[in-house]
Structures are given as C-alpha cells and as structure tokens.
Write a protein that binds this ligand. Structure first.
Ligand SMILES: Cc1cc2nc3c(=O)[nH]c(=O)nc-3n(C[C@H](O)[C@H](O)[C@H](O)COP(=O)(O)OP(=O)(O)OC[C@H]3O[C@@H](n4cnc5c(N)ncnc54)[C@H](O)[C@@H]3O)c2cc1C
Length: 476
C-alpha cells in the first residue's frame, strides 16, 4: 500500500461499498476496511427504493443486482399504509425486492474492476488528522494514512466517536425483534406475496420458504432471540396453527433516533448509518446510505483530483443532512402510527383517509421513494433545479441514463455547441424545451436558455477548466 492513499472508507456495508465504487469510477486510490473477517450474508434491508434503483441503473449496475431479485414490491408504505409510486416519472415506480447481502455482494465484487481492496478483519481503533492527512489506527497500529477518511461504519461508528461528531437525538423507547424463519406448519392464511405491515407483526416472504417476521420483542436489547419468543409472537399474530420450524437469523432493534450534527470535520466525513439512525420503517435506511454515498462520491473525487470549486465538499452536508432529518421525522411518526392503542388507531384511520388524496400521497411517497428530493441550489427558480433528472430519450435514440455510466456531468440541449470542460461535462443533444446541466449524481444544477448563466453554474459546480474552447449558443 502506498504511504498516502487518497481515501480510506471504513465499513464495507452498502454505503461504504457504493462510495468506494464511485471513487473507483473516478480513478481515486481508495481502500476499504471492515472489522468483519467475512461478509455475514445476512440482510437487514430487503428492498431498493425507486431512487436507489435509478442511481444504480445509471451506472449500469442495477441489472446485475436484479439477478438476485426475489420480489417486485408494487408500492411503498408509511407505517403500513400503502403509498402509490406510480405517480412519478420513473422507470422504477416500485421497490425491487433484493436483499442487502446481495447488494453488498455485487458492490464488493465490482470493486475488483478498480483494483480497490476490501481489507477484512481490520478494525479502526484510532483516528487523528492534520491539515494534510488523516492517520488511521487499525487494530491498534498507526497503519493507514489517507487524504480523506469516510466513516461508513454503521450505527456505532468508531469514526464518528473518535473524530468528535455530535450525535444528538434520543435513545430507543421501544424494542422490536426480527426473525428469518421457516414454518413446520403453515396456515393457509400466510401468503407468499409481499403485504403491508400490520400492528400485530409483519411477515414477508423471502426465498426458499423463508419468511421474515418483525414483531414486538419481549427480551432485553442486545440479547439473543430464542425460538420460543418467536413462536409466541407468531401464535399471537397468526394463531396456534402457525408453527415455526427453524429460525435462520434473529436480532433485536429499536427506534433510537439520532443524527450527526455535521457530516464533515476537516478531512473526515460520515455517511449512512454512521450519520443517522432511526426505526427501519418504510424501508429507508440502506437507501438513505446508498444515496449519501452517491452524493458524496463525485464531490470527494473532485476534491482529491484538485478541480473541485471552493465549498463543493461541504454541499454534501448541506444537501444530505436535511434529507436524513426528514427521514428521522417520518420514521418517528410511523412508529407512533403502529402502536395498537385505540386513540392512535383513530389517528391512523384518519391518516389512511388523508393519504388517499393524491397530493398527500405524492408528498410522502416522494420522500420515502427518494424521488422527490429537491436540493437547494443557486441559479434561479426553474422547476427542475435541484431535482433528479428523470430518464429521457435523446436525439440518437439512446437513453439519458446510458450516458451516466462514466460518472460525469451531462449537458443536454437541442443543439448548443458546448465547450469541453476538461472531460468533466459530456454534451448531449435531445429535443428538449430547455437546456439543462445534470451533475454526476443525477441532479439538475442548471436549467435555462442563457449561456452566461450556464457558465456561472459550470464554474460553481465543476470549477474552472484548464483548457476552454469558446461557447457558442446556436439554439433558439
Ligand atoms: C431489522 C431491520 C430491518 C431493516 N430493513 C430495511 C429496509 O427494508 N430497507 C432499508 O433501506 N433499510 C433497512 N434497514 C436499515 C439498513 O439495514 C441500514 O440502514 C444499513 O445497513 C446501513 O448501511 P451502512 O453501510 O451505512 O452501515 P452497516 O450496514 O451497518 O455497515 C457498517 C459496516 O462497518 C463495519 N464496521 C463497524 N465498525 C467498524 C470499525 N471500527 N472498523 C472497521 N469496520 C467497522 C461493520 O462491520 C459493517 O460491515 C433495516 C434495519 C434493521 C435493523
């Protein structure tokens, strides 16, 4: 390993692995470490939300991940109340039922493309930074020096604690349990379809006759979940005819709700569960981490490569912190709605009625799917500004998403002659009403018809190019 690498990613969960792929795509010398000697193969998350599907598709990786798909989940949900994703302009108005372990497997194997090692059985135990670098102590030895370190090391993040990030919020008030089980006797009422959660428990079909059961556990946090406890909860929810055969994996979790007060201190950044924890309601945590990684990847790569304009790296916090704050709020609300108290169930009935209203559905479906995020950006009030660019067919018949594979920004117009921006922006032609500039993470950072304001946006997001050719506007 060189004396000084570009980026050390701590944690080979979905967040760290996607980030490392994004950095690899940009040619950044990256190393990933994880304390686990081998991947566990266990999955907390079971599905990709539409926006996560879009970002993985834009890099050409979704198709390989979908070979592991075990279900297509036609809708989202808010505390078990159905959300309709079909109102959005997306190729993926549904959840893709693929287990977290399979997402991780693909992302880890794909790192070989970039020669990025995942060093397993290596635990981060200390961290210090200077103005020039970060020194990581691994297994007690000052081992790896990097220009930047990203803590993608989960809810108990060592990076977060060692660097001194604040993590305000509250501890868990309720304890729940999850068990992946088989039935030795399965009543007819237990379906092989994905259904919405209820207040009594949540049973989801996985592969090979295994079901995931989420329920209100009766044991203490961090203690094993015995099969007797699982059986008791299954009996309460589905009657005595439902008999558990085998419990393949079981764990406890709670509704603690905390978020790092900032996502960057100097050369150290946080992403994924290291930056935010919440009740896993609505299927959001892994998806939030993947989208953190996608937001951070190109910005960190630009910073290491030396062309990032001032402040670019800090937009990671400014953009992603509010998104996770909203998820923390919606998961707290979902947690309340599933309490089997008659008064709360009256509230739940009202929320169910309200969500039948298209505007209300759009508001929550947009948040939970990740499709309706709008980042605050300078440059006017165009409707598209700060939003993800939905896929489009271009003049040559190709799709916009096909051009995102290299991880570069795209400039789409009806024929403007665009400058070469040192390979940072690829120009494309399409029959569009207005020209737009899309960042490498798929968000529109400029839309309009004036070359001067385009120049300002290019410099704002992509710095000053070394070798510029003139811009000629031959559009309208
Ligand atoms: C029961 C349950 C169900 C869930 N269901 C969903 C769902 O349906 N949809 C969804 O989107 N999310 C769901 N989640 C949340 C989701 O699993 C997490 O948000 C996701 O795992 C976060 O990914 P991550 O990469 O940020 O962190 P993690 O997956 O926690 O990965 C962190 C990695 O860092 C490593 N690490 C930790 N400390 C160190 C150290 N000191 N040195 C080196 N390595 C270290 C760990 O070994 C681990 O591999 C669920 C969570 C639970 C508990």
């Amino acid at each position: 390993m060189p004396d000084l690498i570009d980026v050390l990613v701590v944690g080979a969960g979905p967040t760290g692995l996607l980030l490392a792929n994004e950095l690899g795509l940009a040619g950044i010398r990256t190393v990933v470490i994880d304390q686990l000697p081998v991947r566990t193969g266990q999955s907390k998350a079971l599905s990709l939300q539409p926006r996560s599907a879009e970002i993985l598709h834009s890099r050409g990786w979704l198709e390989s991940i979908r070979t592991y798909e075990h279900a297509t989940v036609p809708s989202g949900h808010f505390g078990g109340i159905r959300l309709d994703y079909s109102v959005f302009d997306t190729a993926f108005p549904f959840q893709i039922g693929v287990e977290q372990a399979d997402v991780e497997r693909f992302l880890e194997e794909h790192l070989a493309t970039y020669d990025i090692p995942v060093l397993r059985g290596r635990q981060l135990t200390g961290l210090s930074q200077t103005a020039e670098k970060v020194i990581a102590i691994v297994d007690g030895h000052p081992d790896i020096s990097a220009k930047y370190v990203v803590g993608a090391d989960g809810a108990h993040s060592a990076v977060r604690k060692l660097t001194g990030f604040g993590f305000p919020g509250r501890d868990a008030r309720i304890q729940l349990a999850v068990a992946d089980l088989t039935f030795s006797q399965r009543p007819a009422g237990i379906s092989d379809q994905w259904e919405l959660p209820t207040t009594g428990g949540y049973l989801l079909p996985l592969r090979d006759g295994v079901h995931r059961f989420l329920f209100g556990g009766s044991g203490a946090p961090q203690t094993p979940v015995p099969i007797e406890e699982v059986q008791e909860a299954i009996t309460a929810a589905y009657g005595p005819e439902a008999v558990v055969g085998e419990v393949r994996w079981a764990s406890r979790f709670g509704d603690a709700s905390r978020q790092a007060d900032r996502y960057r201190i100097g050369r150290v950044l946080l992403a994924g569960d290291a930056a935010h924890i919440h009740l896993p309601a609505g299927g959001q945590g892994m998806n939030l981490g993947l989208q953190d990684a996608f937001n951070l990847g190109w910005k960190l790569a630009a910073t290491v490569a030396g062309w990032a304009p001032p402040g670019l790296l800090d937009t990671y916090h400014h953009e992603r912190h509010p998104v996770a704050a909203a998820v923390l709020a919606n998961t707290r609300a979902q947690g309340v709605l599933t309490v089997p108290d008659p008064d709360i169930q009256a509230l739940r009935a009202m929320v169910t009625d309200l969500l039948a209203d298209p505007a209300a559905n759009r508001r929550l479906a947009g948040e939970i799917s990740g499709l309706d995020i709008q980042y605050r950006m300078p440059g006017g009030d165009a409707e598209l500004l700060g939003r993800r660019m939905p896929d489009r067919t271009l003049a040559d018949g190709s799709q916009l998403a096909d051009h995102c594979r290299l991880g570069r920004a795209l400039f789409v117009s009806d024929g403007w002659k665009e400058r070469s921006y040192d390979g940072r922006i690829d120009p494309l032609t399409a029959a569009v009403d207005t020209a737009f500039l899309v960042r490498p993470d798929g968000y529109v950072c400029w839309a309009g018809d004036r070359a001067e304001s385009l120049s300002a946006a290019e410099r704002h997001w992509f710095g000053a190019p070394q070798h510029m050719r003139s811009t000629v506007h031959i559009g309208s």
